[in-house]
Design a protein around this ligand. Structure first.
Ligand code: PAF
Length: 323
């Protein structure tokens, strides 16, 4: 009876001819002036220009609906309609997507964008239909770097025992263990308080996050090592998706693409200006040379063997070979 009521109510809510606009709650972990905020605005504007007032987009920035794992669960339950999320917890829902989290897999932003927009990325996106959601597009955060309060990092030895917060992501946790650090997985909403209280020494995130979340206020050292490319996804709930007609589906796909483009534009800009901004806020910044990076990669040799078993050499080779 309850199930019947929900299905009927949601079908009515999204009917094109509905007299009142249906609400699309969109959750994201960062502030409105971040790359996620820019993406959510582009999403909203595109839906409006395509469908007029059929949908009202309501923003929940700064983890207003909870951590990313909880929001994905909200999509599955149909209590949240849309979200923008990092790759952090995605492999807990679609394990294959963890291949994108392998350290030092992508050469640069162009390489990553080619793969995500091409057949490999689009096949992965389609897998979200199997877990009660629908993937609209791959956006991004950029390459992740390490910040901490203990010391500058140039070698794995500089990370010995460093209590570094990682996302709740097994690939990242294994990599930091192999580098000799003490990875501490934690949901994002807990990270800034934990840094303030000294419960952890550091964290890792792309410049887009370090700048927009003002991490310079709680972190002294920034090491530009680009250890992992951080994709981001624009996801909607399957309950919403199944209630849309074809015209509405096309509009949501377009809105997802606009959100992804907005994230990439923000990342391009922060790549140019971010380091200067953070230095002006008092952070001490060092960049790993290619030789120093190689030492980190060599230290990860055993973990690469595990990834080959987990994701398959063919898939990893196809990603590496993409131009
Ligand atoms: O570190 C994370 O958990 C993510 O990069 C963040 C900051 C929540 C953005 O999705």
């Amino acid at each position: 009876m309850t199930k019947f009521f929900f299905c009927t109510a949601s079908a009515l809510a999204f009917a094109v001819t509905a007299a009142t606009a249906a609400e699309v709650k969109i959750g994201y972990a960062l502030a409105e002036d971040s790359h996620y905020g820019a993406a959510a605005r582009a999403f909203e504007e595109t839906l409006k220009s395509e469908l007029g007032d059929t949908f009202t987009v309501r923003h929940f920035p700064s983890s207003g609906l909870g951590g990313e794992r909880e929001v994905i669960e909200g999509l599955q339950l149909g209590t949240v309609e849309a979200m923008i999320a990092s790759s952090g917890t995605l492999s807990n829902f679609v394990p294959e997507v963890g291949v994108f989290d392998i350290p030092f897999l992508f050469r640069d932003l162009d390489h990553a964008r080619q793969v995500l927009d091409g057949p490999i990325g689009q096949d992965m996106l389609a897998k979200f239909d199997n877990v009660g959601t629908h993937g609209l597009a791959w956006g991004e955060q950029g390459f992740r770097h390490i910040t901490n309060n203990r010391n500058p990092i140039s070698t794995p030895e500089d990370m010995a025992g460093l209590k570094i917060r990682t996302m709740e992501n097994p690939i990242h946790i294994r990599a930091f263990e192999a580098l000799g650090a003490a990875p501490t997985p934690m949901a994002w909403p807990e990270v800034i308080p934990a840094l303030e209280q000294g419960a952890i020494d550091g964290q890792e995130n792309p410049l887009s996050v370090i700048v927009s979340a003002n991490l310079g206020e709680v972190q002294k050292y920034l090491t530009l090592d680009g250890h992992v490319y951080s994709s981001a996804i624009v996801l909607v709930s399957q309950r919403l998706w199944n209630d849309l007609d074809d015209t509405q589906k096309a509009a949501f796909e377009k809105a997802g693409d606009a959100a992804a483009a907005a994230m990439r534009a923000y990342v391009d800009q922060v790549e140019v200006e971010g380091v200067e901004t953070l230095q002006a806020r008092g952070m001490e910044v060092n960049t790993l040379t290619p030789e120093q990076k190689q030492v980190f990669q060599d230290r990860l040799a055993d973990t690469y063997a595990t990834y080959q078993g987990q994701f398959g050499q063919d898939l990893m080779d196809s990603i590496l070979a993409a131009q």
